[in-house]
Design a protein around this ligand. Structure first.
Ligand code: F1X
Ligand code: MN
Length: 438
């Protein structure tokens, strides 16, 4: 594995992200706040004006730090995770031997990218009365509104299955599980309508799109996920619990809710615990507000099966069949192999689950420590002891780390499509768990 100190080669994806994409994201955040100035004034009067100005000056300073490779600074906003972040910074200062400051271009991409989103939160939090403003809200709600057709298709599909509940054979149950697992996987591309590059029309139904997308799944451990879910030991009186570590709001969240509804409706799980972020993160990640908003929106939909789904989802939350959690660990920079030490309470929680699904690319980078592993290293190896429960990553590739491939598979892809690891076109369903006896 790459040591923490390796400087990113000049054109690495990490380098381009820090050099170009992160400043661009900060510029968009500044623009969003600027465009909300009148709203702040209407809501808060003069204080709103002042807060908007101060937040923008905070973020402009942050952008300058990124662009000129300034040292990473301690956090000062007094939020509950400040100590954890500042200890992490000290850890890196020690690793880097104190000769050079920990800075944007000299420290691990995973760390500085997470740190940027935490500094955005600091800039907002320190400027009441706009300290609850979600700078990413627009994009998340837009993704939901743009995916209405696909959402209706999914809710209709699920309703049809439920109508025939008792008539479903074990094989049909398996087939539908596989389909909805893949719908949730591709939801991570945030846009299922991309029909895998083939020149056919935009599909309304995400289910119909699946056959076209299948060839782009590089690792498919679906059958092991099914085995973990249906293993007899899970039918203990306490029932089975599936945890979903969420990624993006909008359409991806719809696909996760539909999958969770399927699991409960067909008694594949008696409880689903959702894990979201405690503040706006990586532009599109789910916060509690996003979670509640999408349930409310679905309930209020003027399509019968969509609103029926929303009402059902609300009921699951009320009955405790579904629950939403947002532990601070998910918005810290730690690799998941650190969780047992840095967030033992969360690790203990995940151990209670029979299966944990990790959505998306950032979670994959944290599962693997974002190291420069060879493509053929086992997924089990890169987890480095992180195994609270049988787990599965549902990830579309958007960063240059990938393990568990067959010999030659990665090299072949690199020769055919140089950006196969970052285009979001390829995906994995990658499982790790105790090898169940057949
Ligand atoms: O976790 P997600 O939403 O699938 O992707 C997170 C992401 O957009 O952010 C990082 C690059 O900025 C990469 O990990 C990835 O591209
Ligand atoms: Mn995300």
């Amino acid at each position: 594995p790459k040591s923490e100190l390796v400087l990113p080669p000049s054109m690495s994806f990490a380098y381009l992200t820090v050099k170009d994409r992160m400043p661009t994201i900060l510029t968009k955040v500044i623009d969003t706040i600027h465009r909300s100035k009148n709203k702040f004034f209407e809501e808060y009067g003069e204080e709103g004006f002042e807060a908007e100005k101060k937040a923008i000056s905070f973020l402009s300073k942050l952008r300058n730090e990124v662009q000129t490779d300034k040292p990473i600074l301690e956090l000062t906003d007094g939020l509950r995770d400040v100590d954890s972040w500042n200890q992490y910074l000290q850890r890196h200062q020690t690793v880097q031997g104190g000769k050079e400051a920990v800075s944007w271009f000299k420290s691990p991409w995973l760390y500085v990218e997470c740190y940027m989103y935490r500094r955005i939160q600091e800039a907002i939090w320190l400027n009441p009365p706009i300290n609850e403003f979600d700078v990413f809200n627009e994009g998340k709600t837009q993704s939901f509104f743009e995916s209405q057709q696909a959402t209706i298709a999914l809710c209709t599909y699920l309703e049809t299955l439920k109508k025939d509940k008792d008539g479903l054979s074990k094989n049909q149950l398996f087939d539908n599980f596989i389909k909805l697992l893949q719908v949730s996987l591709w939801g991570n591309k945030c846009d299922l309508s991309i029909s895998a590059g083939q020149e056919n029309s935009q599909k309304d139904s995400p289910i119909e799109a699946l056959p076209n997308l299948k060839p782009f799944i590089l690792v498919n451990d679906s059958d092991m996920v099914w085995a973990a879910l249906t293993a007899s030991k899970c039918t203990a009186v306490s029932g089975k619990r599936v945890d979903i570590v969420l990624d993006n709001a909008g359409f991806e969240l719809v696909t996760d809710l539909v999958l969770a509804d399927f699991l409960v409706s067909f008694s594949l799980a008696s409880e689903v615990h959702f894990h979201g972020k405690s503040f706006p993160w990586f532009v599109s990640d789910v916060t509690a507000k996003d979670f509640e908003w999408i349930i409310r929106q679905t309930m209020a939909a003027n399509h019968m099966w969509m609103s029926k789904s929303g009402v059902q989802w609300k009921q699951y939350l009320k009955d405790g069949v579904w629950s939403y959690h947002d532990h601070p660990f998910w918005t810290q920079p730690h690799e998941f192999c650190d969780m047992a030490v840095d967030a033992p309470d969360l690790y203990a929680k995940l151990k209670e689950a029979n299966l944990v699904l990790f959505k998306g690319d950032l979670n994959y980078r944290k599962l693997t420590g974002d190291r420069d592993w060879d493509f053929t290293v086992d997924f089990d190896t890169v987890l480095r002891g992180f195994e609270p429960s049988p787990l599965c990553s549902l990830r579309t590739l958007k960063a240059n780390v990938q393990v568990g491939l067959q010999p030659g598979q990665g090299e072949k892809l690199s020769s055919q499509e140089p950006n196969w690891m970052t285009s979001g076109k390829y995906a994995v369903i990658q499982f790790h768990g105790p090898h169940l006896e057949e």
